[in-house]
Design a protein around this ligand. Structure first.
Ligand code: MLT
Length: 284
């Protein structure tokens, strides 16, 4: 996967966070939060497309990619707090937020607790429900499997559920990239991440409080957070738009990046109609 020029790291909330900052200074900011157990490189197709008219930030959640894990227990609340600390450090008062799956759980937690910091939300392939007891058991089993049979096997098992059937023939680069992201993730982060996911609170009850525009995207073959979850969110958020993407499973931004980016662009133009105008020149 392409390495972007503007990759940086800084210390926030007691850990080193790795991030990219691309695009136009002074343009609307959009921050992307990756899913589990991936890293910021999953957003490369969006950086390429959106940095022409937005300032695009991607970052590695603590413990993933090149960000340090820190010493605190992983929780979705902590990840949302890290996001706000990153925004503070980068002096970003308000942003559009886009999260996929776990990134969506974090985005929903962030809008619940720090509503004034977000001008719009994109929820991709995600859910507002907590884990059922069966899902929690599966997470515990996954932790045991990772410890007993290793990360490579875990990655191979995960891949089966992540992609649409047609991606297995047509998207081999994306599949290899995602497999590499999973295998690269530290065992401790995989296990602590699975616990954080299983302990997350539901956010269905706060959806009606969301006042900013929301775009909900989901792959039509998403087996992990299927279109029914997206429809449920859409029905509860008044100011929301739903688009089910063809040719995509759970990783719709990678499997059908063209349509994903088109929907994102249309949405950003709706939220910031001025964003296609020339933007400020970066100061020296
Ligand atoms: C993700 O992509 O972030 C995970 O599938 C989320 C989950 O397992 O709940």
């Amino acid at each position: 996967m392409k390495d972007f020029e503007n990759s940086f790291s800084l210390n926030v909330n007691n850990h080193k966070v790795s991030y990219t900052d691309e695009g136009k200074y002074g343009a609307p900011v959009i921050i992307f939060i990756h899913g589990f157990p991936f890293n910021m490189s999953m957003w490369n197709p969006q950086i390429e497309s959106l940095s022409n008219y937005c300032r695009v930030i991607t970052y590695d959640i603590r413990g993933f990619g090149n960000s340090d894990a820190g010493n605190e227990e992983f929780t979705i609340e902590l990840f949302a707090k890290d996001l706000i600390s990153l925004m503070d450090a980068l002096k970003i008062d308000i942003t559009i937020l886009c999260g996929l799956s776990m990134g969506g759980y974090i985005a929903l937690n962030a809008i619940e607790n720090y509503a004034g910091r977000f001008s719009a939300l994109i929820l991709s392939d995600t859910s507002c429900k907590a884990d059922t007891s069966e899902a929690k058991e599966k997470r515990i089993k996954a932790i045991e499997n990772i410890k007993n049979t290793g990360v490579e096997k875990y990655a191979d098992e995960s891949i089966k559920n992540l992609f649409a059937s047609e991606s297995f023939t047509g998207r081999s680069d994306e599949i290899s990239a995602v497999r590499a992201m999973i295998v690269k993730t530290r065992v401790q982060s995989l296990c602590n991440g699975l616990i954080a996911l299983s302990m997350r609170k539901e956010t269905s009850s706060i959806l009606k409080e969301i006042k900013v525009p929301v775009l909900i995207l989901v792959g039509n073959e998403d087996k992990i957070t299927p279109p029914s979850e997206a429809k449920f969110i859409h029905e509860k958020i008044k100011n929301s738009f739903l688009k089910v993407l063809e040719h995509a499973g759970h990783l719709s931004n990678m499997e059908n990046s063209e349509e994903f980016n088109y929907q994102l662009t249309k949405f950003v133009e709706l939220v910031y109609p001025q964003s296609i105008l020339p933007v400020q020149i970066e100061p020296d």
